[in-house]
Design a protein around this ligand. Structure first.
Ligand code: TXA
Ligand code: MG
Length: 333
């Protein structure tokens, strides 16, 4: 992969610092500039990126080497901060009061004007939110004062890290800094509960027992097969959640006047009703950062289709093309 795809690869050695106040302040500064920092939570180590910065999120997906854009958990210091990002109903309030800070993640409808970049939730209109209770995670979130997207700090497909050494074994040289907080006490990821619909769903078992949750909000449904696949393995399968309403045509080399053009690179065909370029310089990191926002912006009533120029199937291009292919799947009219 070229270095331009992954700015943090320029650093060949990743520093590990004990999670003391000066290191936490430095970590917050790096995150605010768009760098990636691993930090301890009570469940597992997270790989943090500023959730309002689409470029930082694209770099995060690249560092994890994910072939797809899985939606990420967004971490905030308290329930008040969470309420600014998503819509809380009575069930969400009750669970937050009982289990936050702690190993529970709530999937909720995004609030209007939510500052989190669409890429953090892979274009879904929901958001996964968690308030970790680890003191280093808490201090980092309060210093940063922005929502922090953080999947487990391991390369895609590998075990979740519960010690700083696990993180450096998988991601050394790809991230700016690791804050060391010793071993994680829970050692298992958070329980993910879906509250976007009428029936609460157990989307991922984890650090809090489903019974304890059911005692407060009633029985948890399991996602139906298709949804389970989508939520647990590859949320992108839920095509309807992020597919534009216009038809999508891939690999375009020309465009009609009643079509929107999602361009890539410097050589853009003329004649579209409207054109947005994922990256005029052909930078896949920039393209990933722009993908969902551009698709939303081009999805205008009255046009016939969104046509998309070819994007190289390498690095982050794999995840971009995965999403675009799903968006282009034929749908019922
Ligand atoms: O304990 C944890 O949760 C750790 C620490 C770092 O907080 N984080 C973590 O993140 O495990 P990650 O990215 O490895 O797992 C995210 C989980 C996945 O199962 C994903 O499908 C689900 O959360 N998820 C995230 N956003 C979602 C959404 N909008 N709808 C449904 N599921 C979502
Ligand atoms: Mg994980």
């Amino acid at each position: 992969m070229p270095d331009t795809l992954l700015p943090d690869t320029a650093m060949s050695i990743t520093r590990i610092l004990p999670g003391q106040p000066a290191a936490i302040a430095e970590a917050a500064g790096l995150l605010a500039q768009g760098h990636l920092v691993a930090f301890p939570t009570e469940t597992v180590y997270g790989l943090g990126a500023d959730a309002t910065n689409a470029h930082a999120l694209a770099a995060l997906y690249a560092a994890k080497g994910r072939p797809r854009f899985n939606p990420l958990i967004v971490h905030v210091p308290d329930t008040e901060a969470a309420r600014k990002l998503a819509r809380f109903d009575a069930r969400a309030e009750r669970l937050a009061a009982a289990f936050w800070p702690g190993p529970l993640t709530l999937v909720l409808p995004r609030a209007p004007g939510c500052a989190v970049a669409p890429l953090a939730s892979a274009g879904l209109d929901t958001l996964a939110l968690r308030v970790p209770r680890h003191p280093i995670a808490q201090a980092l979130l309060r210093t940063l004062d922005r929502p922090l997207a953080a999947p487990s700090a391991n390369p895609s497909g590998r075990l979740s890290p519960t010690e700083a050494a696990h993180v450096s074994a998988g991601l050394d040289g790809k991230i700016a800094l690791i804050l060391d907080g010793g071993p994680c006490t829970v050692g298992l990821e958070s329980t993910v509960v879906g509250l976007a619909g009428p029936q609460p769903l157990l989307l991922r078992p984890g650090g809090i027992a489903p019974d304890a949750i059911a005692a407060l909000i009633g029985p948890l449904g399991l996602p139906p097969d298709e949804a389970a696949q989508a939520a647990l393995l590859s949320p992108g399968r839920l095509a309807a959640h992020y597919a534009p309403s216009l038809q999508v045509r891939l690999g375009a080399t020309s465009v009609d006047p009643n079509e929107a053009l999602l361009a890539f690179g410097p050589n853009v065909p003329a004649g579209a009703a409207v054109t947005l370029n994922l990256s005029p310089t052909g930078d896949l990191l920039e393209a990933a950062a722009n993908l969902f926002a551009h698709l939303h912006a081009l999805d205008r009533p009255g046009l016939r289709a969104i046509v998309v120029m070819a994007i190289p199937d390498e690095g982050l291009g794999l995840a971009i093309n995965d999403r675009l292919r799903r968006a282009a799947k034929p749908r019922a009219p």
